[in-house]
Design a protein around this ligand. Structure first.
Ligand code: ADP
Ligand code: MG
Length: 693
């Protein structure tokens, strides 16, 4: 019998319970105070924690430790040092000090810094994040850390996330005080990210240069069957996949990732895992672990896990729905409609802040999900459009309308909803995903942000959700603090905010072309591609928001803008070059060979006095397409060689020139695939990749 998950869940995590068992009372209390107040640890406590951590880790087979951080690549980074400390008599001790726990100096000079580090101070520093637990994995003690430059600028995704969580907490606590809550000390952003991915047979994957180089297929004709049977979504999980999923869950549970849900997704070979939500920082660390484990465990099962947003044309891509809410340190969800008039008034104020924040910072939010992989999803009728709007559902929309217009909000004949007096109608908890086309759906007690892509770190989108919320709550607090007629002033504020920001509310079909036109008429931004969205990232308004709330310094924000643009340029360049390589080295030779075979067959048949119109005609068509492809490839290569040096120019050049050339080349290559004998085609087709056993 296998052990029950209850026995090994979190067994590899140096969590609060373990700390309580293994630390002196004084040190445990010091650590607890530190994580609530944000003060730094004194060295003697750090020494004691380090010693306890090391002993605990060594018992679990660890020989090394690593500061684990999240550089601007969006992935994680680690450099391992052993605990070994040689002694004079030729032996070794296992040593680990408080200093080593708290601070590290990886010579991490090759990570993107957007110009924040000049080479003479290239070193980055890591510092322990005591709010995120250390864990043991593959014989190393992993210590979650932030990563910053010599002069203290953040070079990672975790630092701003932590700062944004502080900002929204400060503002939200001020609001709670207005409603007589004197207990809550901290409000915590809660996140549950749903992770989609594809599982592909490893031997087939290895034969696709595009998958290996870029994570997606750059070629592939439409297979005879795609997702139109609608039989994969929530369908029976194949035994080989089920074995993988079981193994994945076990690995995740050991390191304390609360993996909860697994199912097949819409596209063939596409699946999803979702954890139970947790605070945004932990959720972000855990999602990184989940992506890493997906890849490692897949490998053990002869699969490759594709986390790219759009591995295959013609079937759905993969997203990462970011379920977001705020809760108090006492566990109350601030987006849960209450059962008393006062609770409802508070709920509506948080709702108003959210609506105002998303409307005012829609471009910034859009920019956080702008990168090449996601361009294939957003606006492609399979994921939300590139226009941001909020779905509230019938009941809540009726409430908002009633506050705006002073008319009935239910059929009970009641007039305008009176804040602080009336109760809300029942707001159903949405379990059915009834509007899948909305980028931001209220699902009963949280918002589901559906634009993030499957491969991205969730830190960026959550930084902006937290920051926008912090801003609006702070404005509301300033307006309402000291109010003498609180409920009336609140009612007026809600009416004003709902009226001014109603344009962002939309419950209809987001895939409808008519919506895109209406959205434009409403003045909502439609930033169609990364090239459009990234330029909004460093708009003054957006910079000011993040700087005002202490989340970024100006130069950090500029640096991030540069890093995103450089990443876009680099990815498109690699995709273009991979494509050209595959055309020249694989596709053209294969097509040429097959047309030659057809010609010699035709010649043989003609010699024998038999007609050969099939062979001749096909050879001619292949030959025509081959010539066209060679030309298209030359054009692509030429465009790649003319990449402008200026970043912003390059951004638009990639989008307007290189991607257009790539699309043209692909279309020809895909037509050739349909004409060439399978024996001659140089790599597995979509049917092979998506429907393998
Ligand atoms: P289902 O529809 O299967 O019931 P949900 O859509 O409720 O699942 O949940 C999807 C994700 O949202 C999960 O990771 C879940 O833990 C998370 N989630 C649920 N409630 C909240 C909340 N209040 N705040 C943030 N995330 C949440
Ligand atoms: Mg959901």
């Amino acid at each position: 019998m296998k052990a029950s998950p209850a026995e090994y869940y979190g067994s590899m995590v140096f969590d609060e319970k373990t700390m309580k068992e293994r630390l002196s009372g004084a040190s445990f209390t010091t650590w607890k105070t530190c994580i609530t107040t944000g003060e730094s640890l004194d060295i003697s406590t750090a020494n004691e924690i380090a010693e306890a951590m090391k002993q605990w880790a060594v018992e679990r087979g660890a020989t090394h430790y690593t500061h684990w951080f999240q550089p601007m690549t969006g992935a994680t980074a680690e450099k391992h040092d052993s605990f070994i400390s040689p002694t004079e008599d030729g032996r070794a001790l296992m040593d680990f000090s408080g200093k080593e726990l708290v601070k590290g100096e990886p010579d991490a000079s090759s990570f993107p810094s957007g110009g924040l580090r000049s080479t003479f101070e290239a070193r980055g520093y890591t510092a322990w994040d005591p709010t995120s637990f250390a864990f043991v994995k593959e014989h190393s003690l992993y210590i979650p850390t932030i990563f910053c430059s010599y002069s203290g600028q953040a070079l990672d995704k975790k630092t701003p996330l932590l700062k944004s969580m502080d900002a929204v907490s400060r503002a939200a606590v001020r609001i709670l005080r207005l409603f007589g809550d004197t207990e809550t000390r901290r409000v915590v952003a809660q996140v549950g990210p749903e992770q989609e991915y594809f599982l592909i047979d490893k031997s087939l994957y290895n034969r696709r240069e595009d998958l290996r180089m870029t994570g997606r297929t750059l070629f592939g004709a439409r297979p005879p069957r795609g997702q139109e049977m609608e039989d994969h979504y929530f369908g029976m999980i194949k035994p080989r996949v089920a074995a993988f999923m079981q193994d994945l869950d076990e690995e995740l549970w050991k390191v304390g990732v609360p993996s909860k849900t697994k199912h097949n997704e819409v596209a063939p070979s596409q699946h999803e895992m979702a954890p139970v939500f947790s605070d945004a920082n932990t959720a972000s660390d855990h999602n990184q672990l989940a992506m890493e484990m997906l890849k490692k465990v897949a490998d053990r099962h002869g699969f490759v896990a594709l986390i790219h947003e759009k591995p295959f044309r013609y079937v759905n891509g993969s997203g990462k729905h970011d379920n977001w809410s705020l809760s108090t340190d006492t566990g109350k969800n601030l987006f849960r409609p209450g059962s008393t008039p006062s609770q409802n008034a508070q709920f509506l104020l948080f709702l108003a802040a959210f609506i105002k924040g998303v409307d005012e910072y829609q471009e910034l939010l859009r920019a956080t999900v702008a990168f090449p992989g996601n361009d294939h999803r957003l606006g492609a009728q399979e994921a939300p459009p590139a226009v941001i709007s909020i779905f509230l559902g019938d009941e809540l929309s009726a409430v908002v309308d009633s506050i705006i217009s002073g008319t009935d909000y239910t059929d009970t004949g009641k007039k305008t909803l009176e804040i602080g007096v009336d109760v809300l109608p029942e707001i159903p908890l949405d379990n059915t995903d009834r509007n899948r086309t909305s980028p931001m759906a209220f699902t009963g007690n949280k918002f589901e942000f559906r634009m993030p892509g499957s491969s991205q770190s969730i830190a960026g989108p959550n930084v902006v959700l937290n920051a926008a919320m912090a801003e609006e709550l702070q404005q509301f607090a300033e307006e309402l603090e000291g109010s003498e007629h609180f409920m009336e002033d609140l009612q007026a504020l809600l009416k004003r905010v709902f009226t001014e920001h109603r344009r962002i509310l939309f419950d209809g079909n987001g895939y409808d072309e008519a919506w895109i036109r209406e959205a434009e008429a409403r003045g909502l931004s439609n930033l169609k591609s990364t090239a459009d969205a990234l330029t909004a990232y460093t708009d003054k308004k957006n910079e000011e928001l993040l700087i005002r709330h202490g989340i970024y310094m100006e130069e950090e924000m500029e640096a991030r803008g540069i890093i995103h643009v450089e990443n876009y340029k680099t990815v498109i360049n690699i995709e273009g070059r991979t494509m050209a390589d595959m055309i020249r080295k694989s596709i053209l030779p294969a097509a040429s060979e097959y047309s030659a075979v057809l010609c010699s067959r035709a010649a043989l048949k003609k010699n024998a006095g038999i007609g050969a119109s099939y062979e001749t005609e096909l050879a001619r068509q292949i030959s025509d397409e081959t010539d066209a492809l060679a030309k298209a490839c030359s054009r692509l290569e030429q465009s790649l060689n003319q990449m402008p040096g200026d970043n912003i120019e390059a951004l638009h050049y990639c989008h307007d020139e290189i991607i257009r050339d790539m699309d043209e080349a692909r279309d020809i290559a895909d037509r050739l695939e349909l004409m060439v004998d399978k024996k001659y085609w140089p790599f597995p087709t979509y049917a092979d990749l998506l429907f393998s056993e």
